[in-house]
Ligand binder design. Sequence first.
Ligand SMILES: Nc1nc2c(ncn2[C@@H]2O[C@H](COP(=O)(O)OP(=O)(O)OP(=O)(O)O)[C@@H](O)[C@H]2O)c(=O)[nH]1
Ligand SMILES: [Mg+2]
Length: 668
Amino acid sequence: IIIHNKGIVKDTNSSLAKMFGYTQQEMIGKNGVELFITNESRSTVYENINKNVAKPYEVMAIKKCGTHFPAEVQSRDIITETDDFRVTAIRDITERKNAESALSESEAKLASVLRSAPVGIGQVANRVFIFVNDLFATMLGYTKDELVGEKSRIVYHNDAEYEKVGKSKYQQIHKQGTGSVETIMRKKDGTSIDVYLSSTPVNHEDLSQGVTFSALDITERKHAENLVHKMAYYDSLTGLPNRLLFLDRLEQSMKVSERKEQQIAVLLIDLDRFKNINDSLGHHVGDELLIYVARLIESCVRDMDTVARLSGDEFAIIVEDPERCEKLAIVAQRILDAFLAPIMLSEHQTYSSCSIGITVYPQDATEGAVLLKNADIAMYEAKRKGRGRYHFYAKEMDGIALRRHELENGIHCALINDEFFLCYQPQVSLETGKITCLEALIRWQDPINGLVSPGEFIPLAEETALILMIDNWVLHRACRQCRTWLDSGYSEIKVAINISGLQFKQPDFVDLIDKVLLESGIPADCLELELTEGHLMDNIETTINTLMKLKDRGVGLAIDDFGTGYSSLSYLKNFPIDRVKIDQSFVRSFPGDDSDIAIIGAIVALAQSLDMKVIAEGVETLEQLEILKNKNCLEMQGYFFSRPCRFDDLKLLLDQPEPFHEYIECSV
Ligand SMILES: Nc1nc2c(ncn2[C@@H]2O[C@H](COP(=O)(O)OP(=O)(O)OP(=O)(O)O)[C@@H](O)[C@H]2O)c(=O)[nH]1
Ligand SMILES: [Mg+2]
């Protein structure tokens, strides 16, 4: 404290002396302003003295040693009867100033953090925004001022979401101190953003003080997540659920159905001959058809039923609670009917059809994957029955389907592992008593199942392209064998080989025969091809063309299983056929069935008029032989003469010039 008169120090207390580092003597009588105040602050002081300012103000003071320090000055006039003077208090405010500047520094830091943070930050108390940073405001399309003081509810779409977020947040805060939750927030313009919100209480002891929060805009991440989800669970071509999602939904439906004791059904739909569309019109047109079919199937079922694309041209439907199986047949038929309309694809008008397999939960299976497998078996059955139809799964199909599958695989392996071999059955002429030809018959020695009947595996191979490989193998093997016999001196030997319809229809079939003949080096007339009636009738013009080419080369041609296929014989004259093989079913009915005997007579007469030979298969008894001979059918094949056997076992017969001589004489 200084007591002074117009600035001249009259007295001071000891604290002031200590503060400035003077002795009291040194100060008394001096101008206090000049002694204690720095040059810069003096004018302020004079001004305040003149104005008689009573409030405290800040100045820079100077110590005797020359050090400056911030000080607070407050003066008051004291007027007595004898004297009037002024009392001024000077306070060293260095510490306060330091604290203030530290605070403002930390505030500045905080402000810069809030400004620069890549997340929205704010505080909410009593459901009102206390503060928010710029980013939080702009994230939601507001200014800071618009949000501060406003209810936090306004950044949510509805009360339910708002309450849900609050509840989840506080539950976590109670448990672990902080809470985080993903939510959708509403921007000022009404649009939405996905937000990851983390909150922590301002004061853990007193939650009423509210929470500070950070808010991360995760809209893009969510978008990417959705995209990944879509890619994993949906087919990109048609937009339908894929197999993964289908199985997922199937499991869910099965659970619900179990609770409600309802049924569900799976319909598996595979397009018929879809490959043809791809091959003839191109893959992109195929794709177009798949998209078309996706919409077509969707239009045939209720919204609640799931339609999925499982793979390639395979679609599936989950039909919830179909009530009765008849309902399923109606759905399946509706789909088949929808396919009847012409389809426009890239300016091509085309038609398509599909085959449908149906299976029902829980009676057919209780697992999704098994249910799907059953539907596949049923669908396969629909294909086998001629396509363009539906088929219900039946338990009996299991064994058959499995056996088929094993067989298909087995045939493949058999070709690779050389498990097939050929047997030969002689064809005999009763004019000469000689063997005219050996029919090559395939046998399969399966290392696991033993000898597999051709009646089992050939029809199956004929349903797939495996038959081509089998035919090929037989052709090569038999012709090579024939070469060996010719080389061993059996100069009159001939082989007959069965050709499948599919093989015969191959555009390069004649080339294949040329190749086989060339490779084996046998003359063309040592080879006879046996073709069935049905195959020849498929496309008569091409058939005749192919037959002519073979005939030109000198290859023998026979119609196999004659009499079982087309009843009209008139087409026969168009075909350059050498021989007609009467089906063994006729011969087997002898004696007894007079009408069959009459048919044999007619066939023989017809063949002779067309200059063709006739041979009867399946001759097992002398009686049958005699009936045939009586009808002038003089070539025969059957157990009566010889079973099909390996060549070595035939040697005995082949080594005799006329092994069946005795039957020439035989006559009734
Ligand atoms: N265009 C197109 N074709 C596909 C796609 N995926 C698979 N495929 C073809 O679809 C065909 C499916 O063939 P399958 O169902 O086995 O045979 P299919 O020709 O339809 O004959 P069946 O089903 O036996 O009546 C194959 O030829 C595949 O190449 C695709 O995404 N786009
Ligand atoms: Mg298909």
